[in-house]
Design a protein. Structure first.
Length: 366
């Protein structure tokens, strides 16, 4: 135990912790602290103190998962992510049967004390598995790897359409497109996948009422929640009205998820909002050393895609709050309330830090 905790050349922390970019570790902890402040500000609304306690419990579990994933050997992590991927796909397959519906979509499974959203938990592991199979195909030219990966993706797309979870589906299509472009360098493939994404969006618009409702309200400028969000941002001004003093949380349901960014700006100001916004691309930039390293195509492409996924989700959440895109219900990484989303981001952050560590280790030892 002593060798494990104290840094020397043979200890777990000694051989790995210093190799990890401390700057990469700082970002999720800063976001976690901001999330605690945002959820704490909800005290006094219809949300009970239990909400804050549950958030802290979810956050603590997620941080433990993040640290664990960042420290285990790279190959063990990849195998573990593959197991997670299969397990979460199995959970996703039973959502249409045993899940419960909220706002026109059946996305959650309830287990008495808590609920989980498999489509959220699946994001990081599925990206890693798809990237791994593409890498194996490039390396071996064995088409069985492409067949397996596209079969899994097709299953996931069908299951997401059954829920329906169009926002998550479009995110998946975007990431899958990016992976294929990185490995195969084919711009025509990008055009094809873009058309596929638009095709699914059009189908969702004409089939699912809640999708058409959100898009129509966005295009008509008749969304009361977004209007209240913009008003709250304007009220916050440069420095905000102070912690707990904002009014947006009293007037918008689920403000601790979809519009948490607007709450932050109302209470802490636009400067603070910009700081939060730039934390995500900063994490992306800090990982560039391993992303740009050519020594391992799988690691560099996977890191790039996971960082892009995180930034994309942050953009979607923030964009919804400031009326750039229609509301999608997507959470703000490590800030919004929700056990599934926090655990999902912990998997993503932990994987990026682990792969960055291993890539830096390889570069430093060569």
């Amino acid at each position: 135990m002593k060798n494990l905790l104290f840094r020397d050349d043979k200890s777990l922390l000694g051989s790995n912790w210093y190799i990890l970019s401390k700057k990469l570790f700082i970002i999720p902890f800063i976001l976690s602290f901001i999330g605690i402040l945002a959820i704490y500000s909800l005290i006094g609304t219809e949300y009970p103190v239990l909400l804050i306690l549950k958030h802290i419990i979810f956050l603590s579990i997620s941080i433990v998962v993040l640290i664990f994933l960042s420290l285990i050997p790279k190959n063990d992590l990849r195998k573990l992510l593959n197991i997670m991927c299969i397990f979460f796909i199995l959970l996703l397959s039973i959502v249409p049967i045993f899940g419960y519906e909220i706002k026109g979509a059946t996305r959650w499974l309830s287990f008495n004390l808590f609920s989980i959203q498999p489509s959220e938990l699946l994001k990081g592991p599925l990206v890693c598995m798809f990237s791994w199979f593409c890498y194996l195909y490039i390396k071996t030219n064995n088409k069985i790897y492409l067949f397996i990966s596209f079969t899994l993706i097709s299953i996931v797309i069908i299951l997401l359409l059954l829920q329906p979870d169009i926002g998550t589906l479009l995110v998946y299509i975007s990431i899958f497109s990016l992976i294929l472009i990185l490995y195969f360098r084919n711009f025509k493939l990008f055009i094809l996948l873009a058309f596929i994404g638009v095709f699914f969006l059009l189908i969702a618009y004409f089939i699912f009422d809640h999708v058409s409702y959100r898009i129509d309200n966005f295009l008509d400028g008749d969304n009361s929640q977004v209007s209240k969000s913009l008003s709250a941002i304007k009220t916050g001004g440069v420095f905000g009205v102070g912690l707990g003093e904002g009014q947006l949380k009293y007037s918008i349901p689920e403000s601790h998820n979809d519009f948490i960014f607007a709450i932050l700006i109302e209470e802490f100001g636009i400067i603070f909002g910009l700081f939060v916004t730039f934390l995500y691309p900063i994490f992306f930039i800090l990982a560039k050393r391993s992303i740009l390293s050519p020594s391992n195509l799988f690691i560099s492409n996977t890191i790039f895609c996971l960082c892009f996924l995180m930034c994309l989700q942050a953009f979607v959440n923030i964009g919804s709050s400031i009326k750039l895109i229609p509301p999608t219900g997507m959470t703000l990484p490590f800030i919004s309330y929700g056990g599934s989303s926090m655990l999902s981001y912990a998997i993503i952050f932990g994987t990026v830090i682990n792969f960055s560590k291993n890539e830096e280790s390889t570069a430093n030892n060569s």
